[in-house]
Design a protein around this ligand. Structure first.
Ligand SMILES: [Zn+2]
Ligand SMILES: [Zn+2]
Length: 340
């Protein structure tokens, strides 16, 4: 096209300016998308504070506006973008574990231009087409909220086939996603306890069917006791905090599983009592696999009003800096989405 557009420039120190960028031309196997929405994520924090050479944004939806040679999705196709540009050929990709690709080409929004620009160039393998009638803002729920949340639940089910109770630590967007996907994948009757200190987030968790535990004035154990239980089968930590992980581990029943989703601090284990005698497991869970999006799309369509409660704020891209201030500092938000 040879045309230029203004795109946000993350300058660091919580400043977002604008720079001019040429609109890229899609090559063989590539699609040029006109971005319609991109959700804010806690993992953008480092870019907001320390700046970024590429345009951030890794929870994007958009419409194909130019299709490179050899692609199958025609101009006009709406869809969402999977963060990790996987090779599709390595041992892990062939197993479907595209979140563990051994020859990953890029992480969109981290080392390749992401979803806060007006246009986004993607290899077609990471584009997932969606139906025309699915709104593009809400479609971003297919990414970190449903994808990462659902993957964590499935990781827990790998080692525990009869989960009857769940604990989620942290009621930020990922915690809310884990809560919602626990309800959808395990059944709405399964109790899902969820901790936080911010009343806004606990209220939102409650509206999603969670059993809130306010950790400002009690311990996790006291919170569980107040509900008449002394432990859970699966605990999912989204905080990355040592204290939260340890408290979660201590709250597990025998055969229980701790899933670590939030990056961050350490976890120390008493192998004999924590793992061997109780046959508990500790697993990590990183993002999700591309092939999970198709099923999650069915869940999104079937639980649209329920899931879209997680989106609490929408901003135009010109208010991106303000959106991050709200999202990272205020606490009174669920998922915040930038619309273009
Ligand atoms: Zn994210
Ligand atoms: Zn691969």
């Amino acid at each position: 096209m040879g045309r230029a557009v203004n795109v946000p420039k993350f300058e660091g120190n919580e400043r977002i300016g604008w720079i001019e960028r040429e609109i890229p031309e899609p090559g063989v196997g590539q699609l040029l998308l006109e971005v319609k929405a991109n959700a804010l994520c806690g993992s953008d924090r480092a870019q907001f504070y320390h700046g970024s050479d590429v345009t951030p944004g890794h929870e994007a939806s958009g419409v194909v506006v130019q299709a490179g040679a050899g692609t199958v999705h025609p101009v006009g196709t709406p869809g969402v973008v999977f963060l990790m540009d996987f090779c599709g050929k390595c041992r892990n990709c062939l197993r479907g574990a595209t979140n563990q690709c051994l020859n990953k080409r890029a992480d969109m929004g981290f080392n390749r231009d992401g979803g806060y620009g007006k246009y986004m160039l993607v290899n077609e393998n990471i584009f997932f087409p969606i139906p025309d009638n699915l709104p593009l803002t809400e479609a971003t729920l297919l990414l970190d909220v449903m994808g990462t949340g659902g993957h964590a639940i499935k990781r827990a089910e790998l080692v525990h086939a009869d989960i009857q109770s769940v604990l989620v630590s942290g009621a930020g967007p990922i915690g809310l996603g884990v809560l919602a996907m626990a309800k959808i994948l395990l059944g709405s009757a399964i109790p899902v306890f969820i901790t936080d200190m911010i009343p806004y987030r606990l209220d939102l968790a409650k509206r999603l069917g969670g059993l809130p535990i306010q950790l400002k004035d009690r311990t996790l154990q006291e919170g569980l006791h107040a509900y008449g239980v002394d432990g859970v089968d699966a605990a999912i930590d989204t905080t990355g905090k040592t204290m939260a992980r340890k408290a979660n581990l201590d709250a597990l029943h025998q055969r229980g599983v701790l899933i670590c989703v939030g990056h961050g601090e350490r976890l120390e284990l008493e192998v004999s009592s924590d793992l061997i005698a109780t046959e508990r497991a500790v697993l990590g869970s990183e993002y999700f696999c591309y092939n999970e999006i198709a099923t999650n799309l069915v869940h999104l369509q079937g639980n649209f009003d329920y899931l879209t409660q997680i989106i609490t704020h929408r901003f135009g891209v010109e208010h991106l800096e303000e959106a991050y201030q709200l999202f990272l500092h205020d606490g009174r938000s669920g998922k915040v989405v930038i619309e273009q």
